[in-house]
Design a binder for this molecule. Structure first.
Ligand code: ADP
Length: 755
């Protein structure tokens, strides 16, 4: 056993610390000492069998080089037939010649391997020392020139001393290099040493016996050497293949575990490391401007991010675009420099491709395991890299699908439209948030339910709509009426899209609905309005036409008093019609928002009230209109609008209260603003009608108010105008006693002291 490029030395900045150097120096001294002692004791050889020496030298060299080595993670185990080949040399050659042969054979190997001088010195010294000690033991114990029992035992003893010297020497260097306990090191390497010793001693005895029978057969010793080498190679090849294939199997299986293959990468890299019995395994993946590096060593897996422009051995190998192996002996100097800079002994790397471009690289550094199967290793690594590239592509695809899905889900969830889907059997599969808002029912109670039974869906004609029967044909109406969870009625505009399977069978119904209750209501009100307007406009026309016809056809036969009555009736109805048209135009203008705001001036309500009162007193000299005011009567609004509102209120009071009853206008203020109230002692308004009198065309059904010929638009217009100036109108009424209408306006903005 000797110090090879073993994992023990790999990656160490200083592979030969002082204790090792001293240890090597001691060995060199011991070897020289032994050599000197042998020269002294045994002197110059009297008889030198040059032929045997010349034949044994190449055989020894070859057998030292043909090491049948099993390198496993933390152990180096190797068997060679050097000792077996040494046995006939010890038997046949003078001691000094044996030492010379051993030294030359091993020097040749060290030079061939270009080993470090310190390492070479250690190896050669160790072998020379072992050879010297073995030779001394043999020559002291042999019982004669023949191969007697005693001589055979002497040979066994010599080979045992040889093996022991090697074992201790090697254990010593390992213990120093690793800082490991010497005894423990011995225990670890001993099994392989014993096997090596047994094989070598048997072969050694065989070689000696053959040599004894005929020295010429020495040349044939090369045959068992080669046979052993070949059989070992085939065996090791099988082992290597088995180990790598099992590793590959484990690594690829790691990739198929999680749903997203990216999640399997740390496990995969760990298995790659195991597969190649590597010090480190690494997967580098290019991601835009950075590279994500998964590194697994004995400690576990670490994920780091490096700049895509940064230089690394892994990426330099990736850019080669092919699977490659780099050792310190590789000719590509720049790569070897990187290998050394990263403190690695060797590296195998296989690039990952996507659409013909390099997207990553899979590397294993400092591989151990059986030697000599580099091609197979590269093939396995390439396969693993392909698997990794496939897994990354699948991961990317999965990310894209998930992101698309979440985008779709967000659209479906956040759209204000309601979206509901039905299976062919009518069960609800999806109920989005819009649907929850519109109907008040959460998805938890509707998904899985049958059709829209819960919503009591009906069409415009009031017929139940069976959405659950969509698959058996039949169109769905464009508008649905539903009852919400709080019992409210809502109208939905629907758009139904059936989706079929490829074979034409119904697969899914997508129903998109929009709440159109407001639009539906407006539509209905418009229809009502048109009907009411036409009715209201036509009503005064009937007496106008009747009186006009009477005047045309029988005017001459009528008394002048009757003619006057007829003409006055026509005039009254025409005035009513005029009021109606003017009010209608005002209302329409307000609804369209023609005035567009800007009614926020500071106005003196007292003045406005005085003007309105005075106008009405002139027009109705028979009525008593009382106006009183308290405090500052300024408020915010629009002079014309407020005047119009007060006019409408006073006009109603005049219309509906008996002539003899006074009408009171009061203007007052408090901190909330200004209030103008108009009080009459008229018939009053029933509580149930209080809100409705502000609706368009709404008039109380009693004879009195009907007879007064109102248009039903005055209060509606007053409320619209009040809203336009930011005010309100309320009514307080006692049936049979009278009513008080109050307009409230905002106070003028206060000055705020800032100093
Ligand atoms: P009209 O032109 O009919 O007066 P309004 O919108 O001004 O229309 O009033 C709506 C209805 O409210 C009136 O028809 C009347 O029945 C009732 N009303 C309004 N003011 C009074 C009031 N001061 N006293 C009693 N009823 C009133």
């Amino acid at each position: 056993m000797e110090a090879q490029n073993s994992p023990h030395e790999v990656g160490k900045a200083n592979a030969f610390p002082t204790p090792i150097r001293i240890y090597v120096a001691l060995f060199a001294a011991a070897a020289l000492l032994t050599t000197g002692l042998i020269a002294l004791v045994y002197g110059r050889p009297v008889h030198m069998p040059w032929g045997t020496a010349a034949t044994l030298l190449p055989l020894l060299t070859v057998s030292a080089g043909l090491k049948l080595r099993f390198q496993l993670r933390d152990q180096i185990q190797g068997v060679d037939l050097f000792e077996a080949m040494l046995a006939p040399a010890i038997f046949a050659l003078p001691p000094i010649a044996v030492i010379a042969l051993v030294a030359v054979a091993h020097l040749t190997i060290e030079v061939y391997r270009r080993n470090n001088p310190i390492k070479a010195t250690f190896n050669v010294s160790q072998w020379v020392l072992a050879a010297g000690l073995a030779t001394i033991v043999f020559h002291q114990l042999r019982s004669g020139p023949t191969l007697s029992g005693g001589t055979a035992l002497a040979m066994v003893a010599a080979l045992t001393v040889w093996a022991l010297t090697n074992t201790f020497a090697f254990a010593g260097v390992i213990a120093l290099a690793e800082g490991q306990e010497f005894a423990r090191t011995i225990r670890v390497i001993l099994p392989a040493q014993v096997v090596g010793w047994a094989i070598n001693t048997s072969f050694g005895m065989l070689f000696v016996a053959s040599y004894r029978s005929n020295p010429l057969v020495v040349a044939l010793f090369v045959v068992p050497l080669l046979v052993l080498r070949w059989s070992h190679r085939s065996y090791a090849a099988v082992l290597a293949d088995k180990a790598r294939l099992a590793g590959m199997h484990r690594a690829t299986r790691a990739l198929v575990g999680p749903i997203n293959p990216r999640d399997a990468i740390p496990h995969f890299v760990t298995e790659v490391r195991n597969c190649f019995e590597a010090g480190i395994a690494q997967l580098v993946v290019r991601d835009g401007d950075v590279r994500i590096v998964y590194t697994t060593d004995a400690e576990g897996t670490a994920v780091t991010v490096e700049d895509a422009a940064s230089e690394s051995l892994a990426w330099a190998l990736a850019l080669r675009g092919r699977t490659s192996r780099i050792t310190r002996a590789t000719s590509a100097q720049s790569l070897v420099a990187l290998l050394k800079a990263e403190g690695r002994r060797d590296c195998i790397a296989a690039p990952l491709f996507a659409d013909g471009r390099v997207v990553g690289v899979l590397c294993a550094y400092d591989c151990t395991g059986p030697e000599g199967f580099e091609e197979g290793e590269l093939a396995v690594l390439e396969t693993l890299a392909r698997e990794a590239a496939g897994a990354l592509a699948k991961g990317t695809l999965l990310d894209e699908i998930l992101s698309e899905r979440s985008k779709l889900a967000e659209i479906v969830e956040h759209t204000s439209d309601g979206i509901v889907t039905f299976a062919p059997d009518g069960t609800i599969q999806l109920w989005n948030r819009g649907m929850e808002t519109i109907t008040g029912y959460p998805a938890a109670v509707t998904v899985g339910a049958h059709g829209l039974d819960r919503l009591r869906a009906r069409d415009e004609a009031g017929v139940d709509v069976m959405v659950d029967r969509w698959a058996s044909g039949g169109a769905l109406p464009n508008q649905l009426q539903i009852i919400t969870s709080d019992g409210g009625v809502r109208w939905l505009a629907c758009s139904a899209t059936p989706v079929n399977e490829t074979d034409g069978r119904p697969h899914l119904l997508i129903l998109v609905v929009r709440d159109v209750t407001r639009a539906h209501e407006v539509e209905r009100l418009k229809d009502d309005f048109v009907a009411t307007v036409s009715h209201e406009l036509r009503t005064p026309l009937t007496p106008i036409k009747g009186f006009a016809m009477t005047l045309v056809e029988a005017g001459d036969s009528l008394s002048s008093a009757d003619r006057t009555v007829a003409a006055q009736s026509i005039l009254r109805q025409a005035e009513h019609l005029e009021r109606l048209v003017v009010n209608l135009l005002d209302a329409a203008k307000l609804e369209r928002g023609v005035d567009g705001g800007g009614h926020d001036a500071i106005i003196d309500v007292q003045l406005i009230a005085e003007r309105v009162a005075s106008d009405f007193r002139t027009a109705h000299p028979d009525r008593v209109i009382v106006l009183d005011s308290t405090g500052d009567c300024r408020g915010r609004g629009d002079e014309l609008f407020v005047g119009q509102i007060v006019s409408n209120l006073v006009s109603n009071a005049i219309k509906y209260a008996p002539t003899e009853e006074p009408i009171e206008i009061h203007v007052g203020n408090n901190e909330n603003g200004i209030a103008i109230s108009v009080t009459d002692r008229g018939p009053g308004i029933p509580a149930s009608e209080i809100d409705r009198i502000f609706d368009r065309f709404h008039r109380l059904g009693n004879v009195l108010t009907r007879a007064a010929g109102g248009t039903g638009l005055g209060l509606y217009i007053a409320r619209q105008l009040a809203a336009a100036v930011g005010g309100t109108i309320e009514v307080d009424s006692v049936l049979g006693e009278g009513s008080t209408f109050t307009l409230r306006l905002k106070p003028p903005a206060r000055l705020v002291a800032v100093s």
